[in-house]
Ligand binder design. Structure first.
Ligand SMILES: Cc1cc2nc3c(=O)[nH]c(=O)nc-3n(C[C@H](O)[C@H](O)[C@H](O)COP(=O)(O)OP(=O)(O)OC[C@H]3O[C@@H](n4cnc5c(N)ncnc54)[C@H](O)[C@@H]3O)c2cc1C
Length: 526
């Protein structure tokens, strides 16, 4: 019998497994795919071309995960983008954020350039409080006495913020990103540059209350010690999980791929292990689920083992991030009309959505017809930072687009025709800003929300295992009562992005869950 079984070798499952094994437990990870990594993988998608298939850029990965698992020793190398973002506008101008952001803002608004340092400092203070909270095990949210210490610690983090920062945090948590940005800036491209983060993986308009938090969530990372920066994992995002796999194997974790779990075995209210799709039984003292809560409670744990509040709560659980993901194999670099010559802007996060109104229209279209006419697109060309991804002289581009409805209206399936239609709309947007792009495409991969569900096991194609909005954050992630990684089935724990602090390649749900499990074991309550 194993001490612990982890369902799913996503990066969080691997982090959790590693920490448990390092604490002396006998740990086994069961992964449905042949490849470990979940939504953090690199795969070949055209002859000679490979790229990250789902997540495509790194920032949120916790430095302590990098350090503790010695991911650099296991081959991981992260590089910073030379500039953070490039945002071309429809009138042929552009904004380049990174090394000279204020000067670039001044091209559109002197007031915005002047506001930038205060805005950045305020957000960094709030992000620092969130970074601390992200590393604490939240209260369960069930309201018992055991919740008190975690509540006190969290209150301290927020109390230490200045009055104005607390007010801003409240607005970000409850209000829309658009209202928040309106309070700081006036130029449409400036607001779009920051507003893009508020709709990533979130089926909402930037004018929708709650999107302020999504903006904040994307700011609490760092790359190579640079706070808030985004970068690239050499070899693609899969290099992160391959390094984690190596660390796990070294720590003695057994990893079985091609092994889908069919159900969690429960007897006497306690998890006893799992049964796999091919009927094998794996017994264990505890089970940690790296899969999302909708999949876990919807398919793997029989309803009779779930209390009514859990069944009710999951019925209202919000998931479905309306994301569409493409990889392009390119015969040459694209040229943007606003900045035709090659330069550092091409190696930045290229945001093709020049106003919050564009983003709002994309959301409205997706609600009415299932697909944005002009999606919100971020484009990265990682082969500029990493020559292992494409043949010499060629390039790969990651395209991340919103909004396409997780389920199309009128019962229309997400079939090949729907996928092709959405892909054309994404390419239309890129072509609008980089004319001639289509002629460079020599291969492509397109993944609809249904494909993301099928390939990665992401329920409703939700990139975060469930919406990152106030009713599903902290002690309420995924539901009130499940906030501390424990579930009502004794010995069954959550360790994936559906748990605090949520989605993104952070490693923190896995690390926090392992800490919670080990603390409970010390008290004989795991
Ligand atoms: C298209 C897309 C773009 C994204 N872009 C970024 C980005 O650029 N940067 C960023 O930081 N984050 C990004 N994200 C979010 C981030 O990738 C995820 O939030 C994160 O990877 C989730 O990790 P996880 O380990 O919690 O879960 P997952 O990665 O979902 O892992 C769960 C694992 O469980 C396995 N599994 C499922 N069912 C079973 C079963 N029955 N039995 C056994 N195994 C099972 C799955 O195959 C998977 O390996 C993106 C996600 C997507 C989908």
């Amino acid at each position: 019998m194993d001490d612990a079984l982890v369902i799913g070798a996503g990066h969080n499952g691997l982090v959790c497994a590693w920490a448990l094994a390092r604490a002396g437990m006998r740990v086994r990870v069961l992964e449905r795919r042949e490849l470990v990594g979940g939504a953090c993988v690199t795969e070949a998608f055209a002859p000679g071309f490979r790229n990250s298939t789902a997540s495509y850029t790194v920032s949120l990965l916790a430095p302590e995960v990098l350090r503790e698992m010695e991911l650099a020793r296991h081959g991981l190398r992260l590089v910073l983008r030379p500039e953070a973002n490039f945002l071309p506008t429809e009138d042929g101008r552009s904004l380049l954020a990174g090394t000279r952001t204020a000067a670039e803002f001044a091209k559109f608004s002197a007031a915005d350039a002047e506001a930038l340092p205060r805005y950045a400092a305020m957000l960094e203070r709030i992000a620092a409080a969130l970074r601390a909270l992200a590393r604490r095990i939240p209260p369960s949210g069930a309201g018992g006495l055991l919740d008190l210490p975690a509540l006190v610690m969290a209150a301290r983090e927020v109390r230490d913020l200045a009055h104005a920062d607390r007010q801003a945090l409240l607005r970000l948590l409850s209000g829309s990103a658009a209202e928040f940005l309106d309070g700081w800036f006036e130029a449409a491209p400036v607001k779009a540059l920051f507003g893009f983060d508020s709709i990533v993986g979130t089926w909402a308009s930037p004018f929708t209350p709650g999107t302020g938090y999504v903006l904040l969530h994307h700011l609490f990372g760092e790359v190579n010690g640079v706070k808030g920066a985004w970068g690239h994992a050499v070899g693609g995002m899969g290099a992160i999980t391959q390094a984690m796999r190596a660390a796990c194997l070294e720590a003695g974790v057994a990893i079985e791929t091609g092994t889908p779990v069919a159900r969690v075995l429960v007897a006497g209210g306690r998890a006893q292990g799992v049964e796999t799709a091919d009927g094998r039984i794996f017994a264990a003292r505890l089970v940690a689920a790296g899969v999302g809560p909708k999949l876990l409670f919807g398919r793997l744990v029989a309803p009779e083992h779930q209390p009514d509040w859990l069944v009710e709560g999951m019925r209202g659980y919000r998931s479905g991030s309306a994301s569409f993901r493409m990889n392009l194999a390119l015969s040459a670099l694209p040229r943007f009309a606003a900045r035709p010559e090659p330069g550092p802007h091409l190696a930045s996060g290229i945001i093709l959505s020049p106003s919050l109104e564009w983003m709002d229209r994309a959301w409205r279209d997706s609600v009415e017809t299932g697909m944005a006419r002009a999606p919100i697109v971020e484009m990265l060309i990682p082969s500029l930072l990493d020559d292992s991804l494409a043949p010499p002289g060629c390039h790969v581009a990651s395209l991340f687009a919103q909004h396409v409805a997780p389920r199309l209206p009128g019962g229309r399936p997400w079939d090949a025709a729907a996928r092709a239609e959405a892909a054309e709309r994404v390419l239309d947007v890129v072509e609008r800003f980089a004319p001639g792009l289509r002629r460079l495409v020599v291969g492509q991969l397109a993944l609809s929300p249904a494909d993301l569900e099928e390939r990665f096991g992401l329920a409703d194609g939700d990139i975060f295992h469930g919406a990152m909005q106030l009713p599903q954050l902290w002690a309420a992630r995924p539901l009130l009562g499940l906030g501390s990684y424990r579930t009502p089935v004794a010995g069954l724990w959550l360790c994936g992005a559906g748990a605090h602090p949520g989605g993104g390649v952070t490693g923190l749900p896995g690390r926090n869950a392992a800490r919670a499990i080990l603390a409970a074991r010390r008290l004989g309550r795991a």
